[in-house]
Design a protein around this ligand. Structure first.
Ligand SMILES: [Zn+2]
Length: 145
């Protein structure tokens, strides 16, 4: 387990179902019960129709790299020891306006460290994978397809 990088809170009632999904190994997206629009990050109200009613829908986990960064110094010490690594903004297959950030892996279950900008390109196909940081925090990450 990696305990020295900043991690998200997972017990906020608005986004707790997202984290429950990642702990099951499922990528679940909040979806409006009134108009059907998916939204990420999770919010209490639909930005399209203002409904507060939503449910969580499992998605394919397939997407494409919309943008990416290969961070370099100066970094927080916990991140510096991970370099080289790549963080991508991925648009999900279900709805291109749904974009999610995550580390890029070369292989499923692989390491965050050891990925360089030369390994990634805009438009690259990716599949979701999950990386456990603590008992509560399982982060989605992206494996090059
Ligand atoms: Zn709506």
């Amino acid at each position: 387990m990696i305990e020295n990088i900043p991690l998200p809170e997972t017990d906020d009632p608005v986004d707790a179902p997202f984290w429950e999904g990642t702990r099951r190994g499922e990528l679940c997206i909040q979806t409006c019960l009134q108009c059907g629009r998916m939204r990420f990050p999770p919010r209490p109200m639909c930005p399209s129709c203002q409904s507060g009613a939503s449910h969580w829908q499992r998605v394919s986990g397939r997407g494409r790299v919309w943008s990416f960064a290969a961070p370099s110094s100066p970094l927080l010490p916990a991140f510096e020891k991970m370099t080289p690594y790549v963080v991508a903004l991925v648009e999900l297959e279900e709805l291109p306006s749904l974009r999610m950030i995550g580390a890029v892996l070369l292989t499923a279950g692989g390491e965050v460290s050891g990925v360089s900008a030369a390994d990634v390109h805009i438009g690259a196909a990716v599949n979701v994978d999950f990386r456990q940081y603590t008992d509560d925090v399982v982060m989605p990450c992206w494996v090059l397809a």
